[in-house]
Design a protein around this ligand. Structure first.
Ligand SMILES: Nc1ncnc2c1ncn2[C@@H]1O[C@H](COP(=O)(O)OP(=O)(O)OP(=O)(O)O)[C@@H](O)[C@H]1O
Ligand SMILES: [Mg+2]
Length: 290
């Protein structure tokens, strides 16, 4: 990944906090995403990963902090607003409409709002187009021929539902993709397809944030990895310098972010502290600097 000094992040989170009753799910979380990169977000169960994604996506309003998208501070009041702005999210719990068909789910919200597939007064023509496009996305772009586009998504397997959610992301041609455990329910083959799709999204300039507990897979596909612990983004690492053991240590608190920093300092591409107050290691760009 090469980045010019003047590049601005397409998405930047600054000091994002969110509590549910007494539970502090997000505690001054910082994060930056640039166009054309794939970033992993890892952390133990309950670390706040899904909350972070949902706060960006307009599901949860933040208690404090800002979301800067394409240089402008914004808070999305609902998921459709985020989506229309170009932030597409595949949720861990999916959020498909089970009473709609596969193709209707893929185009849900878009068919009446904007985009190349906006229906003309002749609705039947638009439906035909959406069916064909849904089929093309599934078979050609995702390489999945086993999801019937006329089926109601409530009748699909977990893996098939995940593929529909990803196909929807493809159809929207978003600038930012947030994917929460996109391959957890998939077979090895389908999981590889999903990884290929993410790589293609990145190649066409999208910024992709992937949450996953599959650390070897995260290390295989990402450019950078952000570690969350107890609601905080404690550390950002360049992926080539990570190992599953290092990530696990950071996630569980067995390794301190400053130790991870020290272990990679001096080679010019070391880790970047992500939490406010953490010490910079080697003059690299810090999360909070831009
Ligand atoms: N809607 C909610 N209401 C109340 N508490 C919530 C809600 N959503 C999340 N939490 C709490 O916030 C904390 C962070 O949860 P979150 O789902 O963000 O974690 P996570 O990192 O995604 O975990 P996992 O890896 O298990 O998916 C947890 O303690 C969780 O119980
Ligand atoms: Mg989660």
């Amino acid at each position: 990944m090469s980045r010019g000094a003047n590049d601005q992040p397409v998405l930047a989170l600054r000091g994002l906090s969110k509590s549910f009753g007494g539970t502090r799910a997000l505690d001054h979380a910082d994060l930056e995403l640039y166009s054309g990169e794939l970033v992993g977000l890892v952390g133990d169960n309950g670390a706040g990963k899904s909350t972070l994604i949902k706060t960006v996506a307009g599901v949860h309003p933040p208690d404090a902090g800002t979301v800067v998208y394409q240089g402008e501070e914004c808070v999305f009041r609902d998921p459709l607003s985020a989506r229309l702005a170009g932030i597409e999210t595949v949720y861990q719990d999916l959020a498909l409409c089970d009473n709609l068909t596969v193709w209707q789910n893929i185009f849900l919200g878009r068919e009446i709002n904007r985009g190349t597939f906006r229906p003309r007064p002749l609705r039947l023509l638009a439906k035909g187009k959406m069916r064909r496009e849904a089929n093309r996305i599934l078979t050609e772009r995702l390489g999945v021929g086993t999801v019937p586009i006329e089926a109601h998504t409530g009748a699909l397997s977990g893996g098939q539902r995940q593929v529909v959610a990803l196909a929807r992301s493809e159809a929207w041609e978003a600038r930012v993709f947030q994917l929460d455990e996109p391959t957890a329910a998939l077979s090895a083959e389908a999981s590889n397809h999903v990884m290929e799709v993410m790589e293609r999204l990145k190649q066409r300039g999208a910024a992709v944030l992937i949450v996953s507990h599959n650390l070897p897979q995260v290390i295989e596909v990402t450019d950078r990895i952000i570690v969350m612990r107890q609601g905080k983004t404690i550390c950002t690492l360049n992926t080539p310098e990570t190992t599953p053991e290092l990530l696990l240590g950071l996630m569980t608190g067995m390794i301190l972010p400053s130790d991870a920093t020290a272990s990679t300092a001096g080679n010019g591409t070391g880790s970047v502290p992500a939490s406010p107050g953490a010490a910079p290691d080697d003059g690299q760009q810090r999360e909070e600097e831009l």
